[in-house]
Design a protein around this ligand. Structure first.
Ligand SMILES: Cc1cc2nc3c(=O)[nH]c(=O)nc-3n(C[C@H](O)[C@H](O)[C@H](O)COP(=O)(O)O)c2cc1C
Length: 550
């Protein structure tokens, strides 16, 4: 007879069940054993007969351990296996520093660094023999050019966009309360302004995405009147149009029906408990010029509040097309937020998170250079987001061109997020990224709001200490020369020697820089399509594109 060891456990349980049955016939008091083995036997038989899972058909009963271990693997890995520096997206050291700073427990590292300072990706800030003093009062950035009548004095660190819907009511309220207490801004995300954004009166950046949630007509287009009604609220300090987001650029979004509760539906102005779709592109404009006219309209409707946009850099000529449109229309956004491919999301296809969009440093440098190249850098402030959760992360990005930084997941950690990566399931174990009221019970707003404040305060303080150690007064004085990169065992370069930087007006005068020259020729203010034939251009300028990285 054909028999294999993989059936041993099942056969053992089967025999035990038969034995228990016999015992029960003798005396019903033996029923307890049967209660244990009979369900297992039935499960084993079901495993053998079902056709969905190969493993269970071949390994009845024991095959279930595979699913059990798969389920607890992330926890085992995170708590027992992972080292302090190798977890992803955020390693243990990074998460711990946020937890400690949020709880005012220090964020101090004893005994010395665990980072290999001779590895090829090591970076550091050069310090000065004459450090300065950190002055908290100086750590503000004025956003708003001469086309805006209500400039906003922003913190150098703000809460990045996370929509009500992707995160819950308690999380939204705790973030907003923290923003109010700590005097920094809270980006609404594309899900509209909910009552939880309003409760504590923290400064808001109102984000408008392709779904125009909160300001949309019944057929999903932009509604001017609904926009104006909320944009003039005192609490709304800036308006941000989302073109794309680093974790899923070029892709719209979908909030699954079960997360579209009555409250979410009312805020977004969509039907409850139906999948809520944001399309991949905007319907309010289709060319670079129309885009800037749209921004100008929003600025007008908001009575002159700073108005800008957020994007992850993709096709370079498209961003340069917006630059050309600025020159042609004389409409300048007040700010641009550059999001990196390393950014987070509530849900995105793996391929998009892993392989679509430009990482933050390259995107940021490109935007900074393009604006310098058209003499518009003074008019437009740049925000940066993408895994920035420490003072050094802020310093690095500010040296490369950012005026301020945003953090989404840093603030989620401050709320108690444990990086379980289940935001899309509505089963967030810490009650942050869920609409389930029972799970949200775990997140107590009054307890977590001070942690949001503490994380912000101590991170900006850490930035301040770095800036002061570098001999500077303000983080905007940081420049590429302050950051050193190790490129090999004996090669070190400062960022200004690694990346290309354009001179003021260089794009207007005609640049020779690879990565800009050809893309500038391809850009046109009238269309997001390339001005030159795409195929012909690729053949003609192939070497330039290879060099295009920076
Ligand atoms: C749960 C979650 C929801 C998000 N929702 C939005 C959103 O509505 N709009 C948006 O522009 N970005 C959204 N983002 C992206 C963040 O605003 C940010 O750009 C990105 O996560 C990078 O920052 P981080 O690395 O600090 O998280 C979301 C991110 C997360 C984690």
């Amino acid at each position: 007879m054909y028999f294999h060891m993989r059936y041993v456990f099942f056969i053992f349980i089967l025999i035990a069940t038969l034995a228990n049955l016999a015992l029960v016939v003798i005396n019903y008091k033996y029923a307890f054993g049967l209660l244990l083995t009979l369900p297992l036997t039935l499960l084993g038989i079901r495993d053998l007969l079902q056709s969905k899972h190969n493993l269970l058909r071949n390994y009845p009963l024991v095959g279930h351990f595979r699913w059990l271990f798969e389920k607890i693997r992330p926890q085992i890995h995170q708590y027992l296996v992972e080292s302090n520096t190798d977890g992803r997206p955020f390693n243990r050291d990074d998460r711990t520093v946020v937890y400690e700073r949020a709880k005012k427990e220090g964020g101090i590292k004893p005994f010395g660094t665990e980072i290999d300072v001779y590895s090829d990706d090591y970076r550091w800030v050069n310090h000065s023999i004459t450090p300065k003093h950190y002055d908290k009062e100086l750590y503000k950035v004025l956003i708003g050019n001469e086309q805006c009548s209500q400039p906003y004095s922003s913190s150098v660190l703000n809460i990045s966009a996370m929509s009500f819907g992707s995160i819950g009511a308690h999380a939204t309220a705790a973030l907003n309360k923290g923003a109010h207490l700590g005097e920094f801004a809270h980006d609404t995300g594309e899900g509209g302004i909910s009552e939880y954004h309003r409760e504590f009166n923290g400064d808001l950046i109102w984000e408008i995405g392709t779904g125009y949630f909160g300001c949309r007509t019944d057929d999903s287009h932009f509604d001017e009147a609904l926009f104006a009604e909320q944009a003039i609220l005192e609490q709304v300090k800036m308006i941000e149009v989302k073109l794309s987001q680093g974790a899923k650029p070029g892709k719209g979004g979908m909030l699954p029906g079960e997360k579209v509760t009555q409250e979410v539906a009312i805020t977004r102005k969509v039907p409850a408990y139906e999948d809520c779709i944001s399309p991949p592109s905007h319907s309010a404009f289709s060319t670079p010029i129309e885009f800037l006219e749209f921004l100008s309209k929003l600025r007008g409707l908001s009575r002159g509040k700073p108005t800008g946009f957020k994007l992850c850099i993709g096709e370079r000529f498209e961003f340069l097309a917006i630059c050309k449109a600025m020159l042609e229309t004389n409409i300048y956004p007040d700010f641009i937020v550059v999001d990196g491919a390393e950014g987070g999301t509530g849900a995105a296809p793996l391929e998009f998170s892993d392989h679509v969009g430009t990482p933050l440093h390259e995107g940021l440098l490109f935007v900074h250079n393009a604006l310098v190249g058209i003499n518009a850098r003074e008019k437009i402030k740049i925000g940066a987001s993408g895994q920035i959760i420490t003072g050094f992360g802020m310093a690095l990005n500010m040296a490369l061109g950012a005026d301020w930084c945003n953090s989404a997941r840093g603030f989620m950690f401050a709320l108690g997020c444990v990086q379980s990566q289940r935001c899309h399931t509505d089963k967030c174990p810490t009650g942050v990224a869920t609409q389930d009221s029972k799970r949200q019970r775990g997140l107590v707003v009054d307890e977590k709001a001070p942690r949001v404040v503490n994380f912000h305060h101590h991170t900006v303080w850490a930035l301040g200490e770095i800036v002061a150690a570098a001999g500077l007064h303000h983080p905007t004085e940081l420049c590429p020369r302050n950051i050193c990169y190790r490129l090999g065992p004996t090669t070190i370069r400062t960022a200004d020697r690694i990346y290309n930087f354009l001179q003021p007006g260089e794009l207007l005068e005609g640049t020779d820089q690879p990565g800009y020259r050809e893309f500038w020729k391809m850009a046109t203010a009238d269309s997001f399509d390339p001005a030159l034939d795409w195929k012909e251009t690729q053949i003609k300028f192939a070497p330039m594109f290879h060099d295009a990285a920076l």
